[in-house]
Design a protein. Sequence first.
Length: 494
Amino acid sequence: MTEQLPALQILITMMAAPLCVLVRNARVSWAIALLANAFACWVAWQLLQQVQTTGVIRYALGGWAAPSGIEYYIDTMNAAVLLLVSGISTLSLLYAYKSVSKAVPMAKHYLFYSAWLLCVTGLMGIVITGDAFNVFVFLEVSSLATYMLISFGDDRRALTASFRYLVLGSVGASFILIGIGFLYAATGSLNMVDLAERIPDSESQRAVLVAFSFITIGVLIKAAVFPLHAWLPNAYTFAPIAVTAFLAGTATKVSLYVLLRFFFSIFGEAYSFGQLFLNTVLLPAAIAGFVLMSLVAIFQTDLRRMLAYSSVAQIGYIVAGFALASQAGLTAGIVHIVNHAMVKTALFMAVGCIIYRVGHAHRPSLDSLFKHMPFTCVAFIISGLGLIGVPLTVGFVSKFTLIGAAMERGWWILAGLVLISSLMAVVYVGRVVEVMLFRQSRQSGPESSGLSEAPVTMLIPMYVLVAMGLYFGINGSQTLSVAGEAARQLLGGF
């Protein structure tokens, strides 16, 4: 069975999706989805352990050897991302049991969980495949399911947000497909390892350059890198909050993984950042993203929209680390993928608890919320400190590593701007905390006193992420060692 783990990683969730449709029962569908995701998480953990022990895994699908056949390629980088995606999905599904009941009609729950499973399958497929065309195939599977998940929101604007994402997501996917097509025309291969070997010797270097350009734009759209982030704020704001928590921790992170895989493993660091100066595109976009989007987040009154713009800013930190094109920079970017996923998923879960009890996430109306929902508020505060980058939180580990990488390259301005944007995070997180803790309630009696804490099934997964954020903030060496090994492998190519 150990030899078949790469196939089982995708197969279980893919088979569970139609099973949810067949049973057509809300609770059974949820149980199937949860068990399938928990199994996928276990498989991802086993693969990570195996990769760290024995090295890279290359699994020939159907017994057809690469490059003629399709293979799954697993190294430290994608094994860690597989564990992140399946783990966040499992916790979000546990959280969804109660939260989804208020947003999605019970009669449609089986469709909701089926779409969720397809989304997870697509995301994990993007990460595990070693075939460039299959990246596009799995990208479309996850994207179509994501559009459906967003449209389940109880606000009518969820449909508009879903349609907007559909249009922009289709543009991004089309650019990626065109780029992959040019790569195939230039090299005659779709296997990633084979592409990396053939691209330098290709006689059609102009086709390679065109492929590079198309893939760059497509991936930046899917990853919501500023200024190509227009689909993200509304999608995060109007989707069911469990979906938002799940997507915030996984979807953009997988797209950032694709960016790493193409530009460091396939095209190579020397070509991407040496010949074509990709950092001259990525670095200005990253800096503008984490400065301007942090500024925009300050003026948001809806907590979901505030955290959505904050996500674009955090993506900027990750891309800035990639743009350094050094082992320290890559390590900072990779570790922030993991750390931000934990922090932002926990924050959206906290907002979901507030919406579940209060009915909205309008910041000025959350007076003295701590008195009625202390566990939710504590989780929000701790995760908010992680978002800022306070010591003993995972955010500090990421930002300290990024600042160190920038100073190592002599990019002092970048280090200063990271600190300035972190101070902006103090403002928008601090304003929420001030309202929750210190502002006197303007409501009297029954309405405010009738509030109570969120259900336990929503608190448990949230606090698991909060605890993980504190643990890996104190013991940052564990995530940094995995990220450092992944960075070393990426810089070394396949």
